[in-house]
Design a protein around this ligand. Structure first.
Ligand SMILES: [Zn+2]
Length: 369
């Protein structure tokens, strides 16, 4: 494998120096990774928006994925004034976050909480980074890849994806690999309903331990897939998502739990890199976390997204600054010369509206945006 990209969803710059993380410290290059304007200054970004920009190289104004709980964003006459208001530093941070996270979404993408269109993979008209290469990608857990599309390589859907047993569409491409991925309870990225965020009777430690186990299962599964496929296929580029930090920090501020999560993500990343031995490794986060504000008073969020604390670290000098830089930089490293973003061919999947509605309601209950 030439380049392996590992997502540390919600890994936070100020935490990385606080804990003992030998793999992270072994990366010779690193820096901050910020969302594009106006999300950086407005202080709010959804993982849906961030990972779509990261994986396509298209800015929000082109891909329109504001958050998991909205439909695709289409421009509204007031969006210009709202976006510029959201970056006015004289306004309290909470007001700026509400402008960008709620007002913009309600105007441009349908009212949050109402049954309506919600985004999924079929709403993203751009190629993802591996779709520009001649070889294959081994992509595991990237958000907004369900329903899965025909592609060059192997893709295991990230959130929002249903449980394998409940899915009406394939969760893995090619479909024959589904049984390899889902042969136990832990692998995959479905969203569980019982969380301390929406149910005070759920204990933080057992909830977070389940996320740790799932990250372990996903790391093992990724290596298993690589070992099974690599003798025959040219797996040129890889992506593996560790989502647990995001879920865990929404649900707890307990430093010992958070330390365990970072240390596990660091160790698992080291294990995966040792097993696959890519020429280049890039680790990145979509945003950091900070203590929660009352941005979402209806949810018992312990921490929430921080747009100033995203990071990247790599074995080579990627020189990333913004999410939009990531796909061009990966392609540059793979010596692919093309204009980014590029529209993909028309979709070839079928989606079940009913099923998507259930998944998105679950996401919304848990306070995802
Ligand atoms: Zn995230």
């Amino acid at each position: 494998m030439e380049t392996l990209v590992i997502g540390w969803d919600a890994a936070t710059s100020r935490h990385l120096s606080q804990f003992d993380l030998p793999f992270w410290e072994s990366l010779s290059e690193n820096g901050r990774l910020l969302p594009e304007h106006p999300f950086d200054e407005a202080g709010y970004i959804s993982s849906a928006n961030a990972w779509t920009t990261i994986s396509t190289g298209a800015p929000f104004s082109e891909h329109g994925m504001l958050g998991f709980v909205y439909g695709p964003y289409s421009d509204h006459p007031l969006s210009g004034p709202i976006r510029s208001l959201a970056t006015q530093t004289w306004l309290p941070p909470l007001v700026r976050r509400i402008l960008i996270g709620r007002v913009l979404g309600a105007l441009g993408a349908g009212t949050k909480g109402e049954k309506g269109d919600k985004v999924d993979s079929t709403n993203i008209p751009y190629k993802r980074f591996w779709e520009y290469i001649d070889g294959d990608g081994l992509v595991y857990g990237l958000p907004l890849t369900y329903p899965i599309r025909e592609t060059n390589g192997v893709v295991v859907s990230g959130i929002p994806a249903p449980k394998f047993e409940e899915a009406s569409n394939p969760v893995v491409y090619p479909e024959r690999l589904e049984e390899t991925v889902y042969d136990g309870d832990d692998a995959g990225y479905y969203v569980e309903q019982e969380s301390p965020v929406n149910d005070p009777s759920v204990q933080e430690r057992p909830y977070c331990d389940r996320h740790l186990r799932r990250m372990e299962a996903n790391a093992e599964k990724y290596v298993e897939l690589y070992e099974k496929l690599s003798p025959e296929r040219d797996l040129e580029v890889g992506f593996l998502m560790f989502r647990g930090l995001d879920d865990i920090m929404h649900a707890t501020e307990d430093t010992s739990i958070i330390r365990d999560a970072y240390e596990l993500v660091d160790r698992l990343t080291g294990d995966v890199v040792d097993a696959i031995d890519p020429d280049t490794t890039l680790v990145l986060s979509d945003h950091g976390m900070r203590p929660a504000s009352d941005y979402r008073p209806d949810k018992d969020m312990r921490m929430d997204h921080d747009t100033t604390q995203g990071v990247w670290g790599a074995t080579e000098p990627f020189e990333l600054e913004r999410h939009v830089d990531v796909t061009p930089a990966i392609l540059d490293r793979l010596q692919v010369d093309c204009d980014v973003p590029e529209k993909r061919d028309s979709t070839d999947t079928v989606t079940s509206d009913l099923e998507n509605e259930v998944i998105h309601e679950r996401l919304e209950d848990l306070g995802y945006a």
